[in-house]
Design a protein around this ligand. Structure first.
Ligand code: ADP
Length: 152
């Protein structure tokens, strides 16, 4: 049986912290589907089409990675992709409390297991929301975003 995981998130934008989780999770799975959650009530900075395009470009040379947007429950998306696992990253105690509750509910509802990766120290302070804030003040955030193959 193929080992399939989804890595769900808003990825508004996708950062080097997110990429670090993907790189560390890759050896464990046959396939990772990066699921961009679309929430009609949550205002985003980057349009969904742009987020998909950027991620497809970033991972175009990695056949184990798929990119897809979804607007359902994360567990339903996991089931749709035949994924047995949900990958999430843990930066802080605050992340922990939040992830634990959701992971337990998801496990109870569908049996899907959540695997948590502790953030590597150098990525701890990087968050999409902080990057959006910097962008709103016109700051250059390039150092927090993974370079796409075509920009290398
Ligand atoms: P969400 O809105 O679902 O929290 P995010 O795009 O903010 O979506 O994050 C997706 C996942 O990546 C979450 O598990 C989050 O904890 C993790 N994550 C976010 N930033 C980092 C980082 N700098 N290092 C490691 N994991 C991170």
């Amino acid at each position: 049986m193929e080992r399939i995981a989804i890595f769900p998130g808003s990825f508004d934008p996708f950062t080097i912290g997110h990429d670090n989780i993907i790189q560390r999770a890759l050896p464990l799975f046959d396939k990772i589907v990066i699921g961009i959650g679309v929430n009609a009530n949550k205002k985003s900075l980057f349009p969904i089409e742009q987020r998909i395009r950027t991620l497809k470009e970033l991972y175009k040379n990695n056949p184990k990675i798929e990119i897809e947007a979804y607007d359902t429950l994360t567990t339903h998306f996991a089931q749709k992709k035949n994924a047995q696992f949900i990958i999430r990253g843990l930066r802080s105690v605050r992340d922990f409390e939040y992830e634990r509750d959701i992971a337990q509910m998801n496990k109870h509802a569908t049996g899907v297991e959540t695997l948590l990766f502790f953030t590597e120290h150098q990525y701890e302070c990087i968050s999409s929301s902080a990057i959006r804030e910097l962008i709103s003040y016109g700051e250059d955030v390039t150092e927090y975003l993974p370079p796409t193959p075509s920009s290398l």
